[in-house]
Design a protein around this ligand. Structure first.
Ligand code: ZN
Length: 488
């Protein structure tokens, strides 16, 4: 009870990093599930979520304690881990690389072994899967659902008891990202979809109208969508000359795929609000948030991120590697993932920022990256983002029919090819480059400029040091075979 008062009323007056550390130290040396109920963890996490660097000492200790219980629970209750995890009752982040990593292939083959036997089946989400495999079903428990609901209710209790009108929002459902589990938001959310004509038209209507639900704001003030969803909504609103009053929206959150810089800028100008961009995956609860100050992502405290060297698999502190995640108990309980290899190529660097000491840059799916040497990779996603703004690049069809250009928002069509020491990117244009050499030269220059401006320094340096090994080729429309851009 004390903690709850602290959370809602006294927090800014009384908490200091030292006091926070001693509060974490008051927790038992070896945690049991009963020691970390939502009434205990939510107040502590309220400090970590808002000021992770200020409270980093206590945060680090708490993270190690949660990692320890996560690994003990995994060993005891999920058969796949019983042999893999050695006996230890003092696991810490620094010992984590004694354990093997778990890749997607192994997860497919041990899907039932990673389930915690002491949890109760609640519901299922799934990943997109790969070309050869069906989607991976991810089970969640009733226990973690209840835990998260209580946890977030406590975190938001200040707002819950406020007299102010609660927010009205729009939330896009996605089968593959974010939470099928609806966390208790304060206020009310319209559920929408932005993948078809009528969904976009309906959402624009919701955004422009006033409603009269008791205790809830009259106009929509929050949006939570995919990057593509927001792109379609933006295109519809601008093509129809619909203006959203500059003070109407106070939060836009997007999830799934990182938003290209050029789109972010356009959206933020149009809606007059900063966009919160989240990296998340359906395999677990928790992810990373975009930081405007660092122009990269900081992980939230519900998961432990590591990067591992792409050749040796050894844990790295900073540099380029594969992202490995361990979602923490009790936020993830049934589908237990210990050192899960995400298949994502990331760069990690130290920063001095209030929101984190490490910043992560997501460069693309490893499967769709091209390796030039042990330190140099071209990420397909980072190239797609860099050149996204160039209108002369051809794009895959979307299935919409309400727009002037229905395919405008899809990712540009291009292909990366490695041939010995040579790296070539082929781009499909909206016109035949041989019929318009002047125009295609201009596009070529735009592509170079964008790539040399937006790609990571390691890549730019390589291109500048090996100009003969880097080649861009422009192709006519319909030069490439169809492909999916889900997992870019
Ligand atoms: Zn930052």
């Amino acid at each position: 009870m004390d903690d709850q008062i602290l959370l809602t009323e006294k927090r800014h007056i009384t908490m200091t990093p030292d006091r926070f550390l001693s509060k974490v130290k008051e927790l038992p040396e070896t945690l049991q599930p009963k020691d970390i109920g939502s009434n205990i963890l939510a107040p502590l996490f309220s400090y970590i979520i808002t000021e992770p660097v200020k409270y980093r000492e206590g945060y680090k200790l708490l993270q190690n304690k949660l990692l320890d219980i996560t690994l003990r629970m995994a060993k005891e209750n999920a058969s796949y881990y019983t042999e893999i995890i050695p006996n230890d009752d003092n696991w810490t982040l620094s010992k984590l690389d004694q354990l093997p990593t778990l890749n997607k292939e192994a997860l497919y083959n041990n899907r039932s072994g990673v389930l915690s036997e002491i949890t109760t089946f609640g519901f299922v989400t799934f990943t997109t899967g790969t070309t050869n495999q069906p989607p991976l079903l991810i089970e969640r428990s009733q226990e973690e659902q209840l835990y998260l609901q209580n946890f977030f209710s406590i975190l938001q209790s200040g707002m819950l008891h406020s007299e102010k009108l609660k927010p009205l929002g729009i939330v896009e459902g996605s089968m593959n990202h974010g939470s099928v589990l609806r966390l208790p938001g304060i206020g009310y959310n319209f559920m929408i979809e932005l993948t078809k004509d009528y969904g976009v038209i309906r959402t624009a209507w919701l955004l422009q109208n006033e409603f009269n639900f008791k205790g809830i704001e009259q106009k929509v003030s929050q949006l939570n969508t995919t990057v593509m969803g927001l792109s379609y909504l933006y295109q519809y609103l601008t093509e129809q000359n619909i203006e959203i009053p500059p003070d109407q929206l106070n939060a836009i959150t997007i999830f799934g795929w990182p938003v290209p810089k050029s789109r972010r800028k356009k959206f933020e100008m149009f809606f007059n609000v900063k966009i919160s961009d989240n990296y998340s995956m359906s395999e677990m609860f928790g992810g990373a948030k975009y930081c405007q100050q660092c122009d990269g992502y900081h992980f939230d405290p519900f998961v432990i991120p590591e990067i591992v060297d792409l050749e040796t698999g050894k844990q790295l502190e900073t540099g380029t590697g594969e992202l490995v995640l361990t979602p923490l108990f009790p936020f993830t309980q049934r589908f237990v993932l210990i050192r899960y290899r995400t298949g994502d190529l990331v760069d990690v660097a130290k920063v001095s920022c209030d929101k984190g000491t490490l910043v992560y840059t997501f460069r693309g799916r490893l499967k769709r990256c091209v390796k030039m040497n042990s330190n140099l990779y071209f990420g397909e996603a980072e190239i797609a983002k860099a050149i996204d703004e160039i209108e002369e690049l051809n794009r895959a069809p979307t299935g919409f029919s309400i727009f002037k250009d229905n395919n405008k928002n899809n990712w540009p069509l291009f292909k990366m090819v490695k041939n010995g020491e040579q790296f070539e990117i082929l781009f499909e244009l909206t016109f035949n480059p041989q019929e318009a050499p002047n125009r295609s030269n201009k596009v070529l220059k735009k592509i170079y400029d964008k790539i040399l401006f937006e790609l990571p320094e390691s890549v730019i340096n390589w291109i500048q040091e090996h100009p003969k090994n880097f080649k861009i080729t422009l192709k006519a429309p319909s030069s490439f075979e169809k492909r999916d851009y889900w997992n870019l």
